[in-house]
Design a protein around this ligand. Structure first.
Ligand code: RET
Length: 261
């Protein structure tokens, strides 16, 4: 790990800390928000809660690993690497669990006919697992050509996922109500933009040649992407579930009671 200035270390530290708080707060939100949507959309919100719960735990460990990897010298002198390696595996294990769940969440909220939804989901999950597994050897290598080879390999399943999401999803939502279609197209934009962040952040490390800015850039980049792709995206899934519940004439129990009072 490269030595860091005080500001560089603190930037990554504070981003991790902010993310732990955001993930746990979102967990509570998704659990409570479940009651606001029709029962058939609740699994999507439970999956959102699982995603941010898993991520909250991993960010807590990432924060600990970051602290262990550096020793404070002074405000002027900054932070020196202790030699304890920063554990990059927390991130990859997190993705291995959460990326398939994010896809499950999307397909669950669509409530597609079973044969259509399951087939698409299986292909997406296999591609997501391949993308992450192929990224890890490159992420943990110090050799620039190894990093690039695994980057290119990982981009193949990545491109496939984007292609399925853009192409097949557009077909799948045809005929759904206008507001739902609008929310879904926003959700797809969130996926396309935030998922692009990951390969870009990876490239920081390859091209900044692992200096201090490269390391901090990767950590901050992945962290912003994770907050958006998990918590912010989950809120959109909630809006879709709510819009679909409303469109189907479903109302929460208390609202129903009030209406009859
Ligand atoms: C890697 C390696 C370099 C090439 C590519 C990558 C893509 C990673 C992506 C990760 C998405 C993670 C999400 C997590 C949220 O919970 C592995 C960095 C293409 C797209 C959405």
């Amino acid at each position: 790990m490269p030595d860091l200035s005080f500001g560089q270390y603190e930037l990554a530290y504070n981003m991790f800390s902010f993310t732990v708080a955001t993930m746990f707060a979102s967990f509570v939100f998704f659990i409570l928000a479940r009651q606001q949507v029709a029962p058939k959309y609740r699994p999507a919100l439970v999956v959102s809660a699982l995603v941010v719960g898993i991520a909250g735990y991993h960010y807590w460990r990432i924060l600990g690993s970051w602290t262990a990897a550096y020793e404070f010298l002074g405000v002027e002198e900054g932070f020196k690497a202790t030699g304890v390696p920063f554990n990059e595996a927390y991130r990859y294990v997190d993705w291995l669990l959460t990326v398939p769940l994010l896809l499950v969440e999307l397909v669950a909220v669509l409530s597609l006919p079973k044969d259509k939804g399951n087939g698409m989901l299986t292909r997406l999950i296999i591609a997501a697992a391949a993308m992450i597994a192929l990224g890890y050897p490159g992420e943990t290598s110090d050799n620039q050509s190894t990093q690039m080879i695994f980057f290119v390999l990982s981009c193949i399943p990545f491109a496939y996922i984007l292609w399925v999401l853009v192409g097949e999803l557009s077909k799948a939502v045809e005929g759904m109500n206008g507001e739902v279609q609008n929310l879904l197209s926003k959700t797809r934009t969130i996926i396309l933009i935030t998922w692009m962040f990951y390969p870009i952040a990876y490239l920081f490390n390859v091209f900044e040649l692992s200096g201090a800015m490269g390391e901090v850039g990767v950590q901050v980049g992945y962290t912003i992407a994770d907050v958006t792709a998990k918590a912010f995206y989950g809120v959109f899934i909630y809006f879709i579930a709510k819009a679909k519940s409303d469109a189907e004439g479903w109302a929460p129990a208390e609202a129903g009671k009030a209406a009859h009072a």
